[in-house]
Design a protein around this ligand. Structure first.
Ligand code: ATP
Ligand code: ATP
Ligand code: MG
Ligand code: MG
Ligand code: MG
Ligand code: MG
Ligand code: MG
Length: 279
């Protein structure tokens, strides 16, 4: 259908390629999940089945899209990371965001019955929004993930205190909110202990306190051996990988297990122990 008189309309499309050599984070978030929670009776403050469903959908996305390096999830959101040198879809923002969002949504809906066998999905179906954000260096990128994990901690401490006041101390929502207003972290720990059956926040599961980190768990040594010395010899001008090396790397990425962990990603340890993630 080339060269029809209509083809000029193609020129109305705006280029949207994301800036080269910057880290790409695509964050998706469930639309109206507050309502979805009550419609399907999610346990409050944390429904483990719903978290496992989010994680499984994200794991499938990572398996389908081998360019993805890492994903971090909490509540109804997930952040997916592409390498700064990634060239998937010529870095076109709309292509990247819409592919992540629709792949994730497809798996979320597909996997739903595995986690909620007794609660079939009925419209309105779960949907997600998405955006791409660029980070120019590893410091700001690490700060991004620290921000999300700190947010997880703050929200979870609040939500755990709020729901424990309702479920264990017998307060209603308004009274629980009032009890927590103006409290700092230390006060909430004390409220949980003194007013909610001696609850110790530190003993809450890590999956609630820290969220979920997904990454390919292959070894550092084999990756470096595969890439050869080209990377280390000219760090300023990345040499394009030969087709065979790139293809081998892709196959390895496709085969690699995608690990799901609930650990600290704010401190150095996580990144130091897994240097291949950002390499
Ligand atoms: P929006 O469409 O603007 O994102 P929303 O209702 O989805 O609106 P969010 O700020 O994204 O609002 O909040 C998500 C809500 O879903 C929060 O109330 C959160 O506690 C709840 N939620 C998400 N996952 C779970 C879960 N696993 N268990 C219990 N509640 C959850
Ligand atoms: P990309 O990921 O770049 O979009 P693609 O393989 O999806 O790659 P498209 O240019 O979108 O490529 O083309 C879609 C293909 O699917 C075409 O070959 C089209 O003929 C085929 N196709 C789509 N719908 C149907 C259908 N209902 N019956 C038969 N073939 C179809
Ligand atoms: Mg939102
Ligand atoms: Mg939401
Ligand atoms: Mg949210
Ligand atoms: Mg197509
Ligand atoms: Mg098409």
């Amino acid at each position: 259908m080339a060269n029809s008189k209509y083809e000029y309309v193609k020129t109305f499309e705006q280029p949207d390629n994301l800036l080269s050599r910057t880290w790409i984070v695509i964050r998706i978030d469930g639309r109206g999940f507050t309502k979805l929670c009550s419609r399907y009776g999610f346990e409050k403050p944390n429904d483990r089945r719903a978290i496992d469903l989010m994680n499984s959908a994200a794991q499938c996305v990572m398996k389908d899209i081998p360019d993805l390096l890492l994903a971090y999830g909490v509540s109804d959101e997930f952040s997916f990371l592409f390498h700064k040198d990634c060239t998937l879809f010529q870095r076109r923002s709309n292509k990247l965001v819409s592919t992540i969002v629709s792949t994730f949504t497809g798996y979320y809906v597909h996997l739903w019955t595995n986690f909620f066998p007794d609660k079939p999905l009925i419209p309105p179906l779960p949907s997600f929004d998405g955006r791409a954000v660029l980070y120019p260096d590893v410091t700001s990128l690490r700060d991004y993930f620290s921000w999300r994990q700190a947010d997880c901690h703050i929200n979870n401490l609040y939500n755990t205190s709020f729901w424990s006041l309702i479920q264990k101390a017998g307060l209603d929502a308004r009274a629980a909110e009032k009890r927590l207003s103006g409290t700092v972290s230390k006060d909430k720990h004390e409220i949980l202990y003194a007013e909610c059956d001696g609850m110790n926040y530190n003993r809450e599961p890590d999956v609630f306190k820290k969220g979920s980190v997904l990454y390919r768990s292959f070894e550092l040594e084999s990756r470096h051996a595969l890439l050869g010395s080209s990377e280390t010899s000219a760090p300023e001008t990345p040499t394009p990988q030969s087709k065979t090396v790139a293809e081998k790397d892709r196959k390895r990425r496709l085969k690699a297990t995608v690990a799901i962990e609930h650990i600290d990603i704010i401190q150095e340890d996580f990144w130091n122990q897994r240097p291949w993630i950002l390499s």
